[in-house]
Design a binder for this molecule. Structure first.
Ligand code: ZN
Length: 233
């Protein structure tokens, strides 16, 4: 006959097995997820693309600024060269020269701004690169740790599973099934200890006759409040 004591022992083993399995799952999850390296690499790629585009923009702005500057110089030499004397022509030339000069200043300001942004991005890029190096090194160490711990946990689990098979060999299938169902429905606790007349599963006090039946130890007694198997520890 299967005794509550055997099922309590089984439960203790199952609690350990659950803990080992949880640790194993957590380590496995960490090993396969939370890829800070991948995130940094994506960020670096995006920044590199932005830099490439902005570098092109800078070249175009520089070219445009140079063109306008040339135009401004040529207008100035016309303006002060003495060849144009008609006041009306001079006036319109002066207006044009002033417009172009404004344009040159605008382009140069834009160029300075783009150059500043590029320098900023380059600094960020080298920061990210050194951070990536650090993160990669740390990840390698952590992965080695995790792999070692997974190996250990697997061996531990196999050991406990072996113990469990041995234990369940002596249990009758009906009791085992009852235990499994209870454990699933009662938050992992199918067998509850009785201490000072209280069921430790639900903390309710047990009627005297129930306590006596548990003490007798001839049958599986279920707690009248929570339905767990009662065990006098
Ligand atoms: Zn109870």
């Amino acid at each position: 006959m299967t005794t509550v004591k055997q099922m309590f022992a089984l439960q203790e083993l199952d609690i350990i097995l659950d803990r080992v399995q949880n640790e194993h799952d957590r380590a496995e999850y960490e090993l396969n997820n939370g890829d800070a390296v991948g995130n940094l690499e994506t960020e670096l790629e995006r920044d590199a693309e932005w830099l490439q585009e902005t570098e092109l923009q800078r070249k175009a702005t520089k070219l445009e600024a140079a063109t306008q500057k040339e135009r401004s110089e040529s207008l100035n030499s016309q303006l002060y060269g003495g060849e144009i004397t008609n006041p009306r022509d001079l006036e319109s030339l002066e207006r044009e020269a002033s417009n172009v000069l404004q344009l040159v200043e605008k382009q140069e300001t834009a160029l300075a701004e783009i150059t500043r942004k590029i320098e900023e991005a380059q600094n960020k890029q080298s920061e990210l690169e050194s951070k990536l190096g650090e993160v990669k090194a740390a990840r390698e160490i952590r992965q080695t740790e995790l792999r070692a711990s997974l190996k250990e946990l697997s061996a531990e689990r196999a050991g406990f599973q072996g113990q469990r098979s041995k234990l369940t060999e002596d249990l009758d299938p009906t009791s085992l099934q009852q235990y499994e169902i209870l454990r699933k429905s009662k938050g992992g606790l199918a067998v509850a200890k009785v201490e000072r007349g209280l069921c430790q599963g639900c903390r309710m006090s047990l009627p005297t006759h129930q306590q006596q039946r548990v003490r007798g130890g001839h049958q599986v007694v279920l707690c009248s409040s929570c339905g767990r198997m009662l065990f006098l520890g």
